[in-house]
Design a protein around this ligand. Structure first.
Ligand code: ADP
Ligand code: ZN
Length: 600
C-alpha cells in the first residue's frame, strides 16, 4: 500500500497543491536523504516533515524546544486524524508510558520530543526499540552559539546520525543569515544534506516605519482604524513600558495582556495561553515573548521601541500573518531610540569586539529605518536576496523625499562644535535645537547661549524637523551621543561635513501615514464584503467548538479556510470538501455543523 505525498496532502490536510519547494523537500526526505530547510515563518515548514512521516514506515520524531506548544501541535494533528504524541517534562509517568507504548506498538505517525530528552539513555533506547521514519530538527538555529536562541542540548543532536545512519534528518529554521545557515550545517553534521533556501519575502506583511511622537496614541489610532478586533503583538523594550502600554490599551477598550520576564511564570503562561486560544486579543510584551508563537492569525506586530538588529526585527514582525492574509508590521521610531540604544551599547558588558558587533547590528537597523527606498528590498538585501520595489510598504506607498541636508547639518554640527570648543560644554538635542531656533528659554539665558553666533540661525526648520536631522545624523554616524544625559558630541565624520568635504542626504517624512491599498500579491484570500457576516457566524461557531474541546480556535479551522467557506457558501458535504484546508477527517467531524451554520 503506497501513498504518495500528494495523496497525503489532499486527503489528510485538505490542501490541493504543494507550495514553493515543499514537494522537492518532501521527496528528498521520503527517499531517505537529509535536508536543511531555510524558510520564512508561515512558509509551510511543518508539512515538510509531517507529510514524509505519514508516507514513510515508522514514526517521524520531531525535536522541538517549544515544550509549551507541543500540546497544541499534537491537538492540531489529531484534529486531522494524524496519530501524534509528545514526550516532555510536563507529563507524569503514566502519560509518558502511554505515549511510549503507542510508539513501540507502531501506533504513532509523529512523536514530538524536547531536545533534553534525547540526552537520556532511556529515550535513546526507546527509539532504538521502535521504528523511526525520520528525525525533524525544528528551530535548528538553536544549535548556533552566536544566535540569541542557543540551546546547549541541540549540540548533542549531531550524534543522531551516528546512532541512526539510515534514518533521514531534516533540519528547519526561519533564521535567514548566511552565518547561521553555515553553522547549522556544520554543527548538525549535515554534510550530505540538500539545502533548500526559500525566498524570505513575506508578501502579505505590510512594513511601515513611522516617526515616533506620541507612541501610545499612534498605536491606538492604528488599532482603531485598521485592526479593530484583531489579534496582535505589541513589543516594548522595558517591563515598565509593557505594563503601562497594556494598561493604556485596556483603558481605551482594547483587551491587552502584558507579558515580560518580571511576571511570575503562571501569569505568563496563562496570558500566552489566552492569546493563543481566544480570538482578537492583544499581547504587549518584551522580546521574551514570541519564539514559536505559531498562532496563524496574528494580524499585526507593532514595535514601540527600536529593535536591536534587523534579524530581530525580521523575526518579530514575522510572527504576523502566518496564514498568508494581509497583516501589518508597524514600528514607531524616534531620536530617543537612537540615543538610548547607543548608550546601551556603550555601557554593555563584553569586550570591544562585542560592542562593535552590537553597533553594526544597530547601524543596519537604523539604515532600514532611514531608507528612502523600498523597505522590503532593503530587508531582503540584508539577507542576501534580491528583490524589486514591493508596492506594499510605507516607502513604496507614500515615497519620502530625499533632500540635501548639508547646510542644516553644518549649522547643527557647528553649534555642537562651538559649545564643545568655545565653552567646554556639552548639551543634549533639546538645548541645541533651542539655540538653533533662537529660543530665549531660562536655560539659554542661564548659559548665555543667546550670545553664540549660531543663536537663531536655524529658523528655516521646525523643532520636529530639527529632531529628524539630529536623529538622522546620529544614524549616519555624523554625530554621537555620550554619557547619561544623551549629550551630543562630534565624530570623525562630523569634520568632513563641517569642512564641506561631504554632502548629507536626509529623508523628509511624508505628511500622512499610508493606509491600504493592501496589494499583497499572492497567498491572500480575498473575501467579498457580503461574506463578512457569514465569516463572523463561522467564527462564532468555531470559538464555541474550540472552547468545548479546550483547543485553540485555529486547531478547528484556520481563518483562511473559514473565509473561503464564507465566500463559496457550499451547500453539500462534497462541495465543502473541495475547500482548501478541509481534509477528510475534519469534513467527517465538522462538515454537517458547518452546513447547518451556513443554512441557519
Ligand atoms: P512555518 O512552520 O513555516 O511557519 P506552517 O507550517 O505553520 O509554517 O504553515 C503556515 C500556514 O500555511 C499554515 O496555516 C499551513 O496550514 C499553511 N500551508 C502550508 N502548506 C500549505 C499548502 N501546500 N497549501 C495550503 N496551505 C498550506
Ligand atoms: Zn516596498
Amino acid at each position: 500500500m503506497s501513498t504518495t505525498p500528494l495523496d497525503v496532502l489532499r486527503r489528510v490536510f485538505g490542501y490541493e497543491e504543494f507550495r514553493g519547494e515543499q514537494e522537492a523537500i518532501i521527496n528528498q526526505v521520503v527517499e531517505g536523504g537529509d535536508a536543511l530547510v531555510l524558510m520564512p515563518t508561515g512558509g509551510g515548514k511543518s508539512l515538510c516533515y509531517q507529510v514524509p512521516s505519514l508516507v514513510r514506515a515508522g514514526t517521524g520524531v520531531v525535536i522541538s524546544p517549544l515544550i509549551a506548544l507541543m500540546q497544541d501541535q499534537v491537538d492540531a494533528l489529531r484534529a486531522l486524524g494524524v496519530r501524534a504524541g509528545f514526550l516532555n517534562s510536563t507529563q507524569d509517568y503514566q502519560q509518558r508510558r502511554e505515549v511510549e507504548s503507542a510508539f513501540l506498538g507502531g501506533e504513532l505517525d509523529l512523536l514530538y520530543l524536547a531536545p533534553e530528552r534525547l540526552r537520556l539513555e532511556s529515550t535513546v533506547e526507546l527509539l532504538g526499540r521502535g521504528k523511526v521514519a525520520l528525525f525533524a530538527i525544528d528551530e535548528a538555529h538553536c544549535v548556533s552559539q552566536w544566535g540569541h536562541d542557543f540551546r546547549p542540548d541541540y549540540l548533542g543532536l549531531s550524534e543522531l546520525h551516528e546512532r541512526w545512519p539510515e534514518v533521514p534528518r531534516i533540519a528547519l529554521t526561519a533564521t535567514a543569515t548566511k552565518a547561521t545557515h553555515a553553522e547549522i550545517a556544520t554543527r548538525l553534521n549535515l554534510d550530505g544534506a540538500k539545502h533548500f533556501v526559500a525566498s524570505f519575502d513575506r508578501p502579505n506583511i505590510q512594513y511601515r516605519i513611522v516617526p515616533k511622537n506620541n507612541p501610545q496614541k499612534q498605536l491606538l489610532e492604528l488599532l482603531r482604524t485598521e485592526h479593530a478586533g484583531d489579534a496582535g503583538i505589541v513589543y516594548c523594550l522595558s517591563r515598565n513600558s509593557v505594563e503601562k502600554t497594556a494598561e493604556f490599551l485596556t483603558q481605551n477598550g482594547i483587551e491587552a495582556l502584558p507579558y515580560h520576564a518580571g511576571l511570575d511564570s503562571r501569569t505568563r503562561a496563562a496570558n500566552q495561553a489566552r492569546f493563543l486560544r481566544e480570538d482578537g486579543l492583544v499581547v504587549v510584551a518584551t522580546i521574551a515573548f514570541g519564539m514559536g508563537i505559531d498562532k496563524p492569525d496574528v494580524r499585526f506586530v507593532a514595535h514601540l521601541d527600536l529593535p536591536k538588529s534587523v534579524e530581530g526585527y525580521y523575526q518579530e514582525t514575522g510572527r504576523a500573518g502566518r496564514d498568508g492574509l494581509p497583516s501589518t508590521a508597524w514600528l514607531a521610531y524616534g531620536l530617543q531610540d537612537v540615543v538610548q540604544q547607543r548608550k546601551m551599547i556603550d555601557t554593555s558588558e563584553g569586550d570591544e569586539a562585542h560592542r562593535r558587533r552590537l553597533a553594526t547590528h544597530l547601524d543596519a537597523m537604523l539604515a532600514l529605518c532611514e531608507t528612502v527606498e523600498c523597505r522590503r528590498v532593503q530587508l531582503l538585501n540584508y539577507f542576501g536576496q534580491a528583490a524589486g520595489p514591493c508596492g506594499n510598504c510605507d516607502t513604496c506607498l507614500t515615497p519620502p523625499e530625499a533632500w540635501d541636508g548639508t547646510i542644516p547639518a553644518q549649522k547643527l554640527l557647528s553649534t555642537v562644535y562651538r559649545l564643545q570648543h568655545e565653552r567646554r560644554q556639552k548639551f543634549g538635542a533639546g538645548q541645541i535645537i533651542d539655540i538653533l531656533l533662537g529660543k530665549s528659554t531660562p536655560k539659554v539665558q542661564q548659559h548665555r547661549h543667546h550670545e553664540l553666533t549660531v543663536f537663531g540661525v536655524g529658523t528655516e526648520l521646525s523643532e520636529g524637523e530639527w529632531r529628524g536631522v539630529v536623529r538622522q545624523l546620529l544614524a549616519q554616524g555624523l554625530l554621537a551621543v555620550e554619557g547619561d544625559y544623551g549629550t551630543l558630541v562630534l565624530t570623525d565624520g562630523s569634520g568632513d561635513v563641517l569642512g564641506r568635504r561631504r554632502e548629507v542626504r536626509l529623508r523628509r517624512e511624508p505628511k500622512r501615514e499610508p493606509r491600504a491599498p493592501r496589494t499583497a500579491k499572492k497567498a491572500v484570500v480575498e473575501m467579498p464584503p457580503e461574506a463578512a457576516p457569514v465569516f463572523d457566524k463561522l467564527r462564532a461557531w468555531r470559538a464555541g467548538t474550540a472552547k468545548e474541546q479546550g483547543v485553540p480556535a485555529y486547531v478547528i479551522f484556520h481563518d483562511a479556510t473559514l473565509r473561503q467557506i464564507a465566500t463559496a457558501q457550499p451547500s453539500t458535504l462534497e462541495q465543502l470538501g473541495g475547500v482548501s484546508g478541509v481534509g477528510e477527517n475534519k469534513l467527517a467531524k465538522y462538515g454537517q455543523q458547518i452546513l447547518d451554520v451556513l443554512a441557519g
